[in-house]
Design a protein around this ligand. Structure first.
Ligand SMILES: Cc1cc2nc3c(=O)[nH]c(=O)nc-3n(C[C@H](O)[C@H](O)[C@H](O)COP(=O)(O)OP(=O)(O)OC[C@H]3O[C@@H](n4cnc5c(N)ncnc54)[C@H](O)[C@@H]3O)c2cc1C
Length: 304
């Protein structure tokens, strides 16, 4: 039986990567880069085996050649990963060694006799393209896919990989402004042009304070109005976030913005245009004036 590999180098996307792989029709081998807690979490996601490559002192990227050599021996039909920088580096080496095709924005992988059928999002997420691949394929998944169910955990095998390069971290220089906490925030309040005036941002701050949330914004509020630092923008040009709750006010839901927030567990949108695209991507939508709804929500959260 063919096998599918998943490459996991972060905690946020593991369940989505496993969710796509488990529907491939193949047994799934997980290659995890990080520590034992990450590997143990992956072990309970319906996979057949877990190999842990510990990366506390060793950079995962320096193991890429060794992983590629393993791929040559095991010939996975597909290698599934999220759009994570470390996983991409390893997948790149694997793709070269296997002479594999590479597909991005992938929502489904099915391994059939002699070929693999891959579905990927196209046309800004408005269409699904179906690809047929002969030979191995490296699949970078789209955000927001169905997550694997929890299952009885398999054993984790810690594996050592020969480092092809003497590459190690010698310093980590944190941005002088410091981390703004967005990357790891559990709750984020996002704001777009619909907020109107700069003065209205205090309404956003009030809700964020009440919720214990971080504040994010759409690109124009930074680039055109300079109301926010660049590190508060989420989307294609900047960063992706995966909070449990993302509430956005006065944002149209442009694909370049939604790419950055689609991995949120729950999205709540407030917009005065019932046709705004953001309503197609949220779990809860409120049609109305953000300036009126913000204080009402803040009050309700404070009372809760
Ligand atoms: C190459 C490229 C990269 C980009 N990268 C990013 C990126 O990383 N992140 C990003 O955010 N954008 C990015 N953009 C810009 C993106 O395409 C959109 O232009 C931007 O996200 C729109 O911001 P917005 O939703 O705040 O504004 P708009 O699209 O103008 O939407 C404002 C919304 O507010 C609503 N509204 C108006 N008044 C009210 C009110 N009183 N109450 C409630 N709602 C109201 C309107 O109905 C409208 O839907 C990029 C664009 C390009 C071309």
């Amino acid at each position: 039986m063919s096998k599918v590999w998943i490459l996991v180098a972060d905690d946020m996307s593991a369940a989505s990567v496993a969710g796509i792989a488990e529907k491939s029709g193949c047994s799934v081998d997980a290659l995890v880069f990080g520590d034992a807690s990450r590997a143990e979490a992956v072990a309970g996601l319906g996979v057949g085996s877990v190999s842990l490559y510990e990366t506390e002192e060793t950079l995962a990227e320096s193991m890429a050649s060794a992983i590629a050599q393993r791929a040559v021996k095991e010939l996975p039909a597909a290698v599934v990963l999220s759009d994570n920088a470390t996983a991409r580096a390893i997948a790149g080496a694997v793709a070269v060694e296997l002479n594999a095709a590479v597909a991005t924005n992938v929502t489904s992988v099915k391994v059939e006799a002699g070929k693999t059928v891959v579905e990927q999002l196209a046309a800004e997420g408005e269409a699904v393209r179906v690809l047929e691949v002969t030979g191995s394929v490296v699949c970078v998944i789209a955000d927001g896919g169905e997550e694997a169910e929890q299952s009885a955990p398999v054993a984790v095998e810690t594996v050592s990989a020969e480092q092809a390069h003497d590459m190690k971290v010698v310093a980590t220089n944190v941005d002088a402004g410091g981390s703004n906490g967005l990357a790891t925030a559990e709750k984020v309040v996002g704001v777009g042009l619909g907020i109107g005036e700069k003065e209205n941002l205090s309404l956003v701050d009030d809700l964020a304070d009440a919720l214990g949330a971080e504040v994010a914004c759409t690109l124009p509020l930074c680039d055109n109005y300079h109301w926010f630092e660049h590190n508060r923008v989420v989307g294609t040009s900047t960063q992706k976030i995966s909070p449990r709750l993302y509430m956005c006010f006065g944002s149209s839901g442009a694909p370049q913005h939604m790419t950055g927030v689609r991995s949120s567990k729950v999205i709540v949108a407030v917009n005065n245009d019932p046709e705004a695209p953001v309503f197609r991507e949220c779990a809860y939508g409120i049609v109305g004036d953000a300036k009126k709804i913000l204080p009402v929500l803040t009050e309700a959260v404070r009372k809760a």
